[in-house]
Design a protein. Sequence first.
Length: 106
Amino acid sequence: MQRNFFSLAGFVTLFCLMAFWLMAAPIQPAALAMPRFQTQPQAETFFGTILRNGHNFVLSDSATKSKYTLDNPRMASRYEGTTVKVTGTIDMASNSIHVEAIQPIV
């Protein structure tokens, strides 16, 4: 009987210590609890017409009146003047698209 009492007392003590530790630990907002490494941006789809701008090519989106520099001029040059669908990731700092694929819209 005394042995069971000490086991029960040990369990209760351990339970109380864990509960106290959990309550004392600071609760972080979900944004701060996220890992601190950056994940790769997700590819997006953009529609527009490819135009030449000096040595560069831009995707001109008439619907949003936006222009994005395309980072692959060799791939873009084949579609100059064509309405296309561009798949890639956008870099808002440089207003450019890292091109993964270009498909003409028929």
